[in-house]
Write a protein that binds this ligand. Sequence first.
Ligand code: NAP
Length: 298
Amino acid sequence: MYDVIVVGAGPAGLTSALYLRRANKSVLVLEANTYGGQIINASNIENYPGIESISGFDYATNLYNQVKKLGAEIKYETVLRVEDDKTVVTNKGSYQAKAVIIATGSEKRKLNIPKEEDFVGKGVSYCATCDGNFYKGKVVAVTGGGNTALEDAIYLSDLASKVYLIHRRDEFRAEPTYVHVVRNKDNIELILNSNIVEINGEDSIKSIIIKDNMNNTKVLDIDGLFIAVGQEPKNEIFKNIVDLNDKGYIITSDDVHTKTPGIYAAGDTRVKDLRQLTTAVGDGSNAAMAAIKEMKNI
Ligand code: NAP
């Protein structure tokens, strides 16, 4: 029996584990993939208070090591379901806790156009910092209008000879700082009010076809396509213990409480206005403290 099981080893989940261990609670963190969540792929974090600049990998690794040092148990297992009695069933076993914190973040959204899946690893990528190095001196396209897409375009513009930034509207939702940079980089060309409708190539991508709002089409010859069109939660497995909104995010009250006592949600996985590193770690600490407070009454 653990005091708390945390599902997900991203910034929210690891912060919960940090606070729980500092309060001397036993903690099991279950992670299906690797620690760090989405932030591990960020080329550079520049909006975390107190840290002027740090790579996503260094940030995630520091946090992971900090939590391990404090004695949290971390297992790489896929959670299959959580019962309302706080039994957590994974692909390898079953664990029991007094409270569960769901911090499973979200996954990269697909464009859902023909051949997108076929070209993954052959020119289509969802991670600029992972794959950008393969495109030194080449021509790439990034699609999306949020912080991720613009950060990716900026990162790739230092590697590739040319970056097309394709966005379906003429306004970006990314922070103005990034918008200013992409508008002023010589080798970034903005293609606005446009969607990618086709990917072409044989062994690897050769070109994409884009269509603008007036239904005009254009072929762009490219070597790589980076898709950064947002995130989607994967909360179906928790439907028995939490309510989800129409987009699949967990509905919470008072920040981190779900409808089931002793089950909390933290980070990108829950309904919230701002999904950032700062708000993820805020949720992580709130969920831990809520669990600690309520465990006293169990
Ligand atoms: P996002 O902010 O949700 O932006 C997704 C972008 O993709 C939007 O511009 C959207 O267009 C576009 N899009 C969505 N579906 C599309 C489709 N089917 N076809 C074409 N375009 C599509 O996602 P994100 O950039 O991944 O960021 C996710 C969260 O992480 C945000 O809260 C963001 O602020 C945060 N983040 C923060 C940082 C940072 O602080 N440094 C870095 C990265 C991410 P519309 O604008 O037209 O909807």
